[in-house]
Design a protein around this ligand. Structure first.
Ligand SMILES: Cc1ncc(C[n+]2csc(CCO)c2C)c(N)n1
Length: 221
């Protein structure tokens, strides 16, 4: 039997291929990515992650199944605990703390991605919220898995790759995809299409997030 996740992957796989080919990602694995570009990325992550945690919590509020409420509320908490401590450590590698990162401010893409997630999760239905949050998990798991095959000659980049390619993280994502298949099986076609639309938009934002770091995007005015 075909699974909904396979249908959804077909929607986002073109974007995923562009992500893997992006010079930010190829620079991570061959070690040529300028440290300043990675530093910018880490600063933007510290702005993005609180919004992602809020979006997960809002998605959990809309879930009908208590196990799904638990999953998203738990992942919201873990995003703050685990991802946050990862980024505090990475900032320290650049001699920075959270105050320094806040001082740099959020770039246009960071504001756009976070705002889109919050809009989908607050104004949308549960399937729309689910569509919006899934690429963040899924694309990072696939990228982590792919990058782990090569790792990086730069120890800082190798450490970052290990975080997303590791087994516990892959298991978290597998759980979300099982839930996605279960939910999609109950939905009419129109709702599945909306879910896919949101996922395509946030997959594009995932590409943009790396590209913005590569360009060291800033507000033009
Ligand atoms: C731009 C951007 N997109 C995705 C992730 C990955 N990520 C962040 S929180 C979370 C869920 C629970 O840990 C996942 C998968 C990231 N770090 N930054």
């Amino acid at each position: 039997m075909s699974r909904f996740r396979d249908e959804l992957w077909q929607v986002v796989e073109g974007v995923y291929a562009e992500i893997l080919a992006h010079p930010f990602l190829t620079g991570l694995t061959d070690g040529t990515l300028p440290r300043e570009v990675f530093r910018y990325f880490v600063v933007q992550e510290t702005h993005f992650l609180p919004d992602y945690a809020r979006a997960l919590a809002a998605c959990g509020v809309k879930a009908a199944d208590p196990a799904a409420v638990q999953r998203f509320a738990g992942d919201a908490a873990r995003t703050v605990e685990v991802e946050h401590s990862l980024h505090v450590e990475l900032l320290a590698a650049f001699g920075m703390d959270e105050g320094d990162a806040r001082g740099e401010g959020a770039a246009p893409t960071t504001v756009g991605y976070g705002s889109y997630l919050l809009r989908a999760c607050h104004l949308g239905t549960f399937p729309e919220a689910l569509g919006a949050i899934v690429p963040c998990y899924w694309i990072y798991a696939r990228v982590g898995e792919e990058l782990l095959k090569q790792s990086s000659p730069d120890p800082l980049y190798a450490w970052w790759i290990e975080t997303y390619g590791n087994e516990p993280y892959q298991e978290t994502v597998a759980g979300v995809l099982d839930l996605l298949d279960e939910v999609a099986a109950t939905l009419p076609e129109a709702d599945r299409a909306k879910l896919c639309e949101h996922a395509l938009t946030t997959a594009r934002y995932e590409w943009l997030f790396w590209d913005a770091a590569w360009r060291r995007e800033s507000w033009p005015v």
